[in-house]
Each structure stands twice: as C-alpha cells, then as structure tokens.
Design a protein around this ligand. Structure first.
Ligand code: GLN
Length: 432
C-alpha cells in the first residue's frame, strides 16, 4: 500500500452518486491515484445504478473488467459518478438523482452523459475518471467542462460489466485533466478480455509524443457548417492553425453521409436500448412491484414509475422501430446509413492521418435550456459519426467562447488511438 490518496470529495456539483469512505489501493502504475467511475460500470460491493431509480439498491456481485485492471494497478476507486440515466442524454439532466452542475459555471450543464466524471475532474476532486461513450458521452462533457476525454476504438476496451445501453456503439474510455492522464489510464484499461466477444487483442502501450511534423489533417466542411456556432468554429479553426504551425498540413474534405448519421444513430441506439432494458423489472432492486397484480400490470407500473421520461421515450421508439413490418423501414436502413459513414471515413483516411473539428457545435447550455428532445439530439451531430464507424476520437480543450471551454475533436483510423492522443498532446504542449 502506498501513502495518502488524493481525493477531495467536496462535491458542490452533484458529480458523485456514491463515494467510497475507504478506497483501498495498492501498488502499480496508478498506485494511490483516485479514480472516479461512471455509475454504469459495475463495481463489486459498491452500488451501481446507471443513475436510474430502477437500479436503486443494486450492488453488483462482480467487477467490470476495467475495474479489475484499475485495482491491479493500485488505483483507488473513490466513487461512482452521476450521469444521464443509462447514458441517454447530453447534459446529465436526465439523471434520476438530480443534475450535475458544470464547475466552470454552475448555471450550466456539464454535458453528458458522463457529466459526473467530467465535473469531478474539472471541479478538482480527482484527476482521472472513467466514462462511456455511445454517441459522444465522454467527449461532450470533456468539451463542456474543459478536460480531456478519449473514446477508444471499438473493441479496444472490454465492455464486460458495462451495463449495456447500445452495445454496437459504446466504449468505456478514459477522462482526465491532461492528455498524459488520459493516455496513462488508457494504458491500464485497454486490451483483450475473453469475457467480451467484441474485445480485440490491441493493448495500448504508448507514451504521448508531441512530434507531428508532416501530419495530414482532414477538415470536414460539415464540422464547420450549419448548426455550428460561428464563435466555436472560430476557436477550433485557430487551434487547428496551431497544429499547422507545428508542421501539420490540412486538407479540406467532406463526409456527405453525415446528413443521415444522426438518424442512423438514434434508430440504432433506441433499438438496442429497447432490447437491453427489457430485463429491468424492479423485482430484486428498485421499487418493489405490487405482485398481487397480474405480471403485466406490475411490470408496466414499475417501469412507468422508475424509468425517467427520456428512457421511456427511447424504449418506445426502439420497440416501434423493431416491430414486425417496420424493421426494413428503420433498422435496416439505419445500418445502410451506418455503412456509408464508415465508407466515408475509409475514403478520407486513405488520404489523411486524422480528421479534426469541434467536439460540440456550441458551448455548454444553461440548465433546462434545451427542453425538446430533438434539439437535444441535434447537439450530438459532431460526435456520433465516430461511434457509427467505431473509430477513436479525443476531445482536448482548445480555448473559450462566452467564457466557456471549447473542445477540439481529433478522430483517427481504426485502432490508431495512439495517433489521436499524440495530436492532442502536441496541441496541449504547444499552448501550455
Ligand atoms: N447524447 C447521446 C445519447 O443520448 C450520447 C449518449 C452517450 O454517448 N451515452 O444517446
């Protein structure tokens, strides 16, 4: 055991749902480092709720693979962080246990769905955290809170023990104060796990390297077009200019499939969610149903009461899209659109090394600012393409607009997580 762990649980932001009074830790690469864990990642003997009332009281009997890896390297698991219920949201306002506030401005949202993890870092409570990213949930809160977040390539980090929202899109990933923190955490969590059939034997043993001379960066016009706040676009363009000063060259490009990317994403994730969430019945934890009623009535009652509005909306959308006769109209079309996104990235990556643009089209919204679901979904337009294609993508702070942090997003070829980390590192070193 090493000395004191650095954890200050002065949680003014509702970043944590559970804090661990005694956080055991050992020796290793993360000896004594306090790590916060998003509450959809299973932690043995520590309550894990996905910020949903339906899982209130659930204490997993096993650890997610990533938790075993963290513990083997001496990390101290200090608590479970707030999130949008089951990962469904962009602001952490959809938590069943109250919203998280943005430490940069407490009248604003921290982004989501890994908002608690981002706020725990930005608020100085920890230096590292785990999040998960299905359509932007690591990168969005990283951008909104001014920290670093990496969505790894699909298959690079085991999903065993991640309570599933949309299996084909999501990855657990590292969040941190600096690119070096994120890289270090990635080194601990990446690699093959026989418990996850989609996991790949691609360990990450990398020390960030700031040398980017000769790097070719693709700049998609869609990332600076309609819907993207001009000031945000400006901050990001300047950041890309800094990368050019470091010896990178930029090439304009286009991702025409982005026109259908958001629709493809929302059909895919709601279909998968409707199936994944069917198992929650409130019997063993959550609100106990009244079993004097018929199974159907009890199941309906529990699920109407314990799931939040957004989760219910998505279960219904997904169930509808998958229902008999509609499959070809929605789900299979979404998969075609998804293939087109993949093909666009492959075409562009034949010519460039990375693709850069803003992480989010705006800075963090005010709390309760976005009330209709569609305008909320639109905020994900720049992050979902990487999930649809499975490619790695990092968000690194690159300045401010309206006094709020802006994120620079760097996407890379499949399994070239090291390269996106290097580009983010080069930028970070240049501005610091
Ligand atoms: N905002 C997106 C959604 O609501 C992304 C969420 C996520 O990545 N978990 O689905």
């Amino acid at each position: 055991m090493s000395g004191e762990i650095s954890f200050s649980p002065n949680d003014k932001y509702n970043a944590f749902l559970t804090t661990c009074k005694k956080a055991p830790h050992g020796s290793g690469k993360l000896a004594g480092v306090a790590v916060a864990i998003k509450d959809n990642i299973s932690t043995k003997d520590i309550e894990t709720t996905c910020a949903s009332k339906i899982l209130k009281g659930y204490v997993p009997p096993y650890n997610a693979h990533v938790i075993d890896l963290l513990k083997a390297e001496g990390a101290a698991i200090v608590g479970k962080t707030n999130m949008d219920e089951f990962g469904m949201g962009t602001t952490t306002e959809n938590s069943g246990f109250g919203p998280t506030l943005n430490p940069c401005d407490t009248t604003r949202v921290p982004g989501g769905s890994s908002g608690g993890s981002a706020a725990a870092i930005a608020g100085g409570m920890v230096t590292m955290a785990l999040g998960s990213d299905t359509g932007g949930s690591i990168r969005c809160p990283a951008a909104f809170c001014g920290i670093v977040g990496l969505k790894p390539s699909y298959g690079r980090v085991s999903r065993y023990g991640l309570i599933a929202y949309s299996n084909s899109l999501e990855q657990i990933g590292p969040m941190g104060k600096t690119v070096a923190d994120v890289s270090k955490l990635m080194g601990v969590i990446a690699g093959y796990d026989r418990h996850d059939s989609t996991s790949r034997d691609k360990p990450y043993n990398h020390t960030p390297n700031a040398e980017i001379k000769g790097l070719k960066i693709g700049i998609p016009q869609e990332f600076f077009g309609e819907g993207v706040n001009p000031q945000v676009a400006d901050v990001v363009r300047k950041a890309i200019g800094r990368l050019e000063e470091l010896g990178a060259t930029t090439v304009p490009c286009s991702i025409p499939s982005m026109e259908y990317a958001l629709a493809a994403y929302y059909v895919t994730c709601t279909c998968e969610a409707s199936s994944n969430l069917a198992r929650f019945d409130g019997v063993r934890y959550g609100p106990a149903p009244d079993w004097r009623k018929s199974w159907h009535d009890a199941y309906q009652e529990v699920r109407s009461e314990a799931f939040g509005t957004e989760v219910r909306r998505r279960i219904m959308l997904g169930t509808f899209a998958l229902s008999s006769g509609y499959y070809g109209r929605y789900y299979s079309k979404a998969q075609v659109a998804r293939e087109n996104v993949r093909a666009d990235f492959n075409r562009i990556f034949a010519d460039v090394d990375v693709i850069a643009g803003p992480t989010m089209p705006t800075v963090a919204f005010k709390l309760k600012e976005k009330s209709d679901p569609l305008s909320m979904y639109l905020a994900d337009i720049l992050t979902v393409p990487a999930n649809l294609a499975g490619i790695p993508s990092i968000s690194v702070p690159c300045g401010t607009s309206e006094g709020m942090p802006v994120g620079l997003q760097i996407m890379g070829r499949m399994f070239e997580d090291e390269r996106v980390v290097d580009v983010a590192y080069a930028y970070e070193q240049e501005v610091n």
